[in-house]
Design a binder for this molecule. Structure first.
Ligand code: HEC
Ligand code: HEC
Length: 341
């Protein structure tokens, strides 16, 4: 099946989005450089207009390594999406498996997957300390954590879910995702050229057939599913992502992360742990999605992420340029999930 995209409205709509955003930013004197940084990080948001959903013709589909079969509508059911590999995770609490429809809370598993590995346009939530996890939902609930890009619709949805969740649901989901381990999910590859892609649901998808081709990467990261159809149609929670990054980005990011780059930033390991795999309530950074990490760094810098512990990130992000953020997140994404001793 070919993944659909809204071919015609696409360019004009995304230009309109960009224009509105630029205007919003220009009206705020504090954000003189914000516009430039946001444009440099356009890839991390991959904002795109809604796309026409593929027709479900009732055919049952399967994935490698499972006997289970689901139709397209079952796979994407917002209040109980397909659980392809029940053997990969403990029993899900109700809020994770089906959400709570009366309150409009979609199943956490829909976006973050039953194993919590998540996708670049949302977040990886597996292996986070419950204390950190709960704090984030509280911050969202209290209006202290939102996207610096108001066009990021799924972050707005996430905030609405956090606001409607009960204490018990927050606790149960935090404990569930903390009970599993993060596993290798992102592959980072340095390259001069990238495939031509279109955007769909906050992700980059390679064009196929006559439309396929390549273009220079420039100063961008292009992160895409290893198996576009498996990810986009069937939500295969075993199929990860590949991030194409500019040549030299990983080494430049390593220099910034490990030395602070002569005062541009602060050594990450001081707070995120020697291996950058998290320290107490400070979250892990290794092998996490560059797109996700870049949005967070920009949110901290713009002050839209200003929860209880966000001030600790102030000196880290204050002087970061778009290019620094590309380099740092290319480096962090390139670190294998398991630290080598
Ligand atoms: C519609 C998709 C969607 C659903 C469903 C969803 N989330 Fe999220 N979640 C997101 C997005 C998007 C983000 C933030 C990404 C950003 O702003 O860059 C996020 C972020 C998070 C984070 C922050 C992770 C971090 O590292 O700080 C937590 C925790 C979280 N979600 C928990 C949940 C829980 C619990 C549920 C189920 C009640 C849930 N999510 C359901 C899309 C979703
Ligand atoms: C002084 C301590 C400190 C230093 C140094 C530090 N961090 Fe952080 N970082 C934190 C804390 C605390 C949080 C959680 C903030 C919150 O809860 O909002 C965080 C959160 C983050 C997040 C969000 C992760 C998520 O799951 O959403 C990113 C990305 C991040 N830091 C990147 C970095 C990078 C890159 C460096 C080094 C260049 C760095 N940090 C250095 C304390 C620090």
């Amino acid at each position: 099946m070919r993944l659909s995209r809204d071919h015609h409205g696409f360019q004009s709509l995304s230009l309109l989005c960009l224009a509105t955003l630029v205007l919003t930013l220009l009206m705020n004197p504090q954000t003189v450089n914000a516009q430039a940084t946001l444009e440099a990080l356009d890839w991390a948001y991959a904002i795109s207009p809604p796309f026409p959903p593929e027709e479900d013709d009732g055919t049952l589909h399967s994935l490698p390594g499972t006997d289970l079969q689901f139709t397209l509508d079952e796979a994407r059911n917002r209040f109980g999406p397909a659980d392809w590999y029940p053997q990969d995770h403990p029993e899900m609490p109700e809020i994770v498996a089906v959400g709570r429809e009366e309150a409009g809370i979609m199943a956490c598993a829909l976006c973050h997957y039953p194993n919590g590995q998540g996708k670049p346009e949302n977040a990886s939530v597996v292996g986070l300390e419950p204390e950190y996890f709960i704090q984030q939902l509280e911050d969202m609930k209290n209006g202290l954590r939102r996207s610096a890009n108001p066009e990021k619709a799924n972050t707005n949805l996430m905030i609405a879910f956090a606001a409607s969740m009960t204490e018990e649901e927050i606790q149960q989901s935090a404990e569930y995702f903390a009970s599993m381990e993060w596993r290798q999910w992102i592959e980072v590859v340095e390259t001069d050229t990238v495939p031509l892609t279109f955007r769909r649901g906050g992700l980059h998808i390679p064009l196929e057939g006559d439309e396929a081709g390549t273009e220079p990467i420039g100063q961008r990261i292009i992160e895409m599913p290893v198996d576009p159809e498996g990810t986009e149609l069937w939500r295969n929670p075993r199929a990860g992502f590949r991030a194409l990054v500019p040549p030299g980005a990983v080494a430049a990011g390593e220099e910034l992360a490990t030395t602070g780059g002569n005062g541009i930033t602060v050594e990450c390991s001081i707070c995120h742990g020697e291996n950058l795999d998290g320290l107490g309530l400070v979250p892990p950074l290794r092998n996490r999605s560059p797109s996700y990490l870049a949005r967070q760094l920009f949110d901290f810098q713009q002050g839209t992420r200003q929860g209880a512990w966000a001030p600790l990130m102030d000196a880290v992000v204050e002087n970061l340029s778009g290019e620094d953020i590309i380099n740092l997140t290319a480096y962090l994404g390139s670190l294998p999930a398991e630290p080598e001793d």
